[in-house]
Design a protein around this ligand. Structure first.
Ligand SMILES: Nc1ncnc2c1ncn2[C@@H]1O[C@H](COP(=O)(O)OP(=O)(O)OP(=O)(O)O)[C@@H](O)[C@H]1O
Ligand code: SF4
Ligand SMILES: [Mg+2]
Length: 326
């Protein structure tokens, strides 16, 4: 069995809002295997970002977080701010949609990478400066020695995202979480950034968690996929299995928006994700599910093994599988 570098168990995150408690994450389990690329998908508001921000210790203090996230043997949930500062960048890094907000506008690019290196490693300024240039080269910045002396505003959006990746991987973390890293970029640049992420994964053996709305991207690059809905995992498994025979009606609905060569078009999802201040009882997808039955309005469904997938649909075994529609 592959080594698990990050194990998130029974993660709950609740925000106290003026309208009452909002449980954004409701018992999520996610395992990340060494060196893999795990895709995390789900509609807006499904709890993708909050799950990983909680793991990184980056949520505001008014968020109540319980459960467990073990990274390389260390528990992150409830860890002190000092410990999390040490973990972030050294063992676990996260990059976001907007690279500009991750960079300091008044510091040179090379200095920002060097600073990240020296915050976790005992290096001289000269050594970290040299390594910063190597990192810029690894992420595909041309003339890295010259570019290291420039400021963020002198870089294009795609180049800035490469710099952010260089900072994130500077200390060779075990896991890189990329939260919609290409959403703000145009299509050709998106593909280049994905290539950089794949190159880093292959070269350093970094496990990557790629959070995105874009199932096409997941299909191209992920080894496994985790589908989230209303703060829960609803389906997870190897990418080919999930795309070939999804066991959860929500996943089927997401896939329905993708062109699938040679396969009958599926029915896309109607309706909207639930209001998380009052999620529906039982399977939160039941108001939108064409297969909903009385049993779906009972207990909160847990993930169960269904062939080579894990599914939280209580009717997964009874439902006709995609394969029979081919
Ligand atoms: N700081 C916050 N305070 C209150 N509620 C929040 C906060 N951050 C997120 N939420 C709520 O938590 C839920 C999950 O949000 P999250 O950002 O994880 O969704 P997401 O799956 O990442 O969506 P998107 O695809 O739009 O990024 C949403 O209902 C959101 O409104
Ligand atoms: S548990 Fe019921 S409502 Fe939920 S996805 Fe399965 S069939 Fe649909
Ligand atoms: Mg998000």
């Amino acid at each position: 069995m592959a080594e698990k570098v990050l194990q998130i168990r029974d993660l709950h995150v609740t925000f106290d809002t003026p309208l009452g408690p909002l449980e954004a994450v409701r018992g999520v389990d996610i395992e990340v295997e060494a060196g893999e690329l795990l895709g995390v998908v789900g509609e807006s508001g499904s709890g993708k970002s909050v799950s990983f921000l909680a793991t990184m210790g980056l949520l505001p203090t008014r968020a109540r977080v319980t459960g467990s996230a073990i990274l390389a043997g260390e528990e992150l949930i409830g860890a002190s701010p000092k410990k999390m500062r040490d973990v972030r960048g050294r063992l676990l890094s996260m990059i976001f949609q907007d690279p500009l907000s991750a960079l300091n506008p008044v510091h040179r690019i090379g200095d920002q990478i060097s600073e990240m290196l020296r915050s976790h490693q005992d290096l001289t300024h000269r050594e970290s400066g040299k390594r910063a240039i190597e990192l810029l080269d690894i992420v595909g910045i041309p003339q890295p020695a010259d570019r290291a002396r420039q400021y963020p505003h002198e870089f294009s959006g795609g180049m800035r995202q490469r710099v952010v990746i260089a900072i994130a991987i500077a200390n060779n973390p075990k896991v890189l979480i990329a939260d919609e890293p290409t959403t703000a970029l145009d299509v050709t640049v998106q593909a280049q950034i994905l290539e950089v992420i794949e190159r880093v994964q292959a070269r350093f053996g970094t496990a990557v968690v790629l959070i995105t709305h874009d199932l096409g991207v997941i299909a191209r690059v992920a080894d496994r996929v985790n589908v989230m809905y209303a703060g829960r995992n609803v389906e997870q498994g190897p990418i080919n299995s999930v795309f070939d025979h999804p066991s959860h009606p929500y996943t089927r609905g997401l896939l329905a928006s993708l062109p699938r060569a040679g396969k009958q078009r599926l029915k896309p999802i109607t309706g909207f994700p639930p209001n998380m201040l009052q999620p529906p009882r039982g399977c939160a997808f039941h108001p939108r599910c064409e297969f909903a039955a009385e049993i779906c309005r009972g207990d909160l469904p847990e993930l169960r093994q269904v062939d080579d997938l894990q599914s939280a649909c209580v009717r997964a075994k009874e439902l006709p599988r995609i394969g029979i529609f081919v």
